[in-house]
Design a protein around this ligand. Structure first.
Ligand code: ZN
Length: 331
C-alpha cells in the first residue's frame, strides 16, 4: 500500500497525487502542520510513490523499491532530524556532499529534513545554498510546525503543503492500528490527543491517566491537604516528564468546568470520562471561579516555559488556586 494507507490527510495526499500526475514535482516542498499529524509518514509514502516499480504515482508497498524505502535501507533516501536540540551545520554539509553524487538507483531521490525550524542559524544558511542550487532528480521535503519559524528565503524556495489536525475518529483508528493501548487508555489518549498522535500518550497513556486522577483527587481535597503533602505532590509533578501534562490536565479540567457551567455539550469535554466528578465540582465551583483558575494555570505555564524553577512555580500556582477556591464570594 502507498498513499491509501494515510489516514486523515486526504487534501494533502490529493494535492501530491496531482503534482505527480502532472509531472510538476518541485525540487523542494515544505510540509507544515502540528507534530503528530502525519507529515513524516506522508513524506515516506511520497518517496514510495515517486519510485514505485508496480504502481508509479501511488506506491504499492510490495515492490523492492517500496520495501527498501519502508525498511529505511534505500540507498537514495535519507531523513535528517535534529541532533539534540538543533540540526547542525555538519549534518547539512554531509547532506550537501551526498547530494553532489548522482542517485544510485532511484528515479527520484527523496531527502526529508524533519523539524526544519530547528536548523540553527549557521545550518540554515548552509542549507539555503543547497536549495538555491537544487541537485537533479532530487526532492527535498522539509517538515515544520510553522513557516514563520523558518528563514523567509528557505520558505520561498519550497512548495508549501498544509497538514491539518486529525479528527477524533482518525486518531482512534491510528491508535487501534498501533495496538498498544487498552480500551480505557485508548479512550483517554483520544480525548487528550489535541488532534495529534502524541508520542507520550502512545508510550504511557496508562501512567498519565493515573497521574491525571491523582491530580484531580488532590485538587478536590485541596483545602484539607497539609503543606507537607502538597510539597510531596509538587516535587513529583515537577519532573521533566510530568509537569507539562500536569498543567495540561489542570487547564482542560478548569476549561471543562467552565464549559459545563455555561451549558456546553458534554461531548466536547476533554475529561468526559470523569463527567460525574465534573458535575459534582460544577455544583461547588461557579463558572467565574473556574475561569479564574484556568487563567492562573495558563499564566503559570507561560512562566514554566520560560524556565522558572518548576517546583516553585507549581507551588505558587497551587497557592493561587487554593485562594480562589476558598474565597467565600467570587464576583
Ligand atoms: Zn512499489
Amino acid at each position: 500500500m502507498g498513499f491509501e494507507r494515510i489516514k486523515g490527510q486526504e487534501t494533502a495526499v490529493e494535492r501530491l497525487r496531482a503534482v505527480i500526475a502532472h509531472e510538476r514535482v518541485p525540487s523542494a516542498m515544505l510540509f507544515l502542520g502540528p507534530h503528530g499529524v502525519g507529515k513524516s509518514t506522508v513524506a515516506l509514502e511520497l518517496a514510495k510513490a515517486l519510485n514505485c516499480l508496480e504502481a508509479p504515482g501511488e506506491g504499492c508497498g510490495a515492490c523492492p523499491s517500496c520495501r527498501k524505502i519502508a525498511a529505511g535501507v534505500h540507498g537514495d533516501m535519507d531523513t535528517i532530524a535534529p541532533d539534540g536540540q538543533f540540526i547542525k551545520i555538519d549534518q547539512v554539509r554531509a547532506l550537501a556532499d551526498r547530494l553532489g553524487l548522482i542517485p544510485f538507483d532511484a528515479r527520484k531521490r527523496v531527502i526529508v529534513l524533519r523539524e526544519a525550524e530547528r536548523l540553527n542559524p549557521a545550518a540554515a544558511n548552509a542549507f539555503l545554498k543547497t536549495l538555491e542550487e537544487p541537485p537533479e532528480d532530487t526532492l527535498l521535503v522539509l517538515t515544520a510546525t510553522s513557516a514563520s519559524l523558518l528563514l523567509e528565503t528557505i520558505v520561498s524556495r519550497c512548495m508549501p503543503l498544509r497538514f491539518t489536525p486529525l479528527g477524533a475518529e482518525t486518531v482512534r483508528a491510528i491508535l487501534v492500528e498501533e495496538g498498544k493501548l487498552s480500551e480505557a487508555e485508548l479512550d483517554f489518549a483520544v480525548r487528550h490527543s489535541q488532534g495529534r498522535i502524541r508520542a507520550e500518550l502512545l508510550r504511557g497513556a496508562g501512567r498519565l491517566m493515573v497521574l491525571r486522577d491523582e491530580l484531580l483527587h488532590a485538587l478536590e481535597a485541596m483545602d484539607r491537604l497539609t503543606f507537607d503533602r502538597v510539597s510531596e505532590h509538587v516535587q513529583k509533578w515537577s519532573g521533566a516528564d510530568e509537569w507539562a501534562f500536569v498543567l495540561e490536565c489542570m487547564e482542560t479540567w478548569y476549561h471543562d468546568l467552565g464549559l459545563l457551567g455555561a451549558g456546553g455539550p458534554e461531548e466536547r469535554l476533554v475529561n468526559g470520562d470523569r463527567a460525574e466528578a465534573l458535575r459534582r465540582w460544577g455544583r461547588r465551583v461557579p463558572p467565574a471561579r473556574a475561569e479564574a483558575c484556568y487563567r492562573e494555570v495558563l499564566s503559570a505555564r507561560d512562566g514554566m516555559l520560560l524556565n522558572v524553577i518548576r517546583p516553585l512555580a507549581l507551588e505558587s500556582l497551587w497557592i493561587s488556586l487554593r485562594q480562589i477556591a476558598l474565597q467565600p464570594e467570587y464576583p
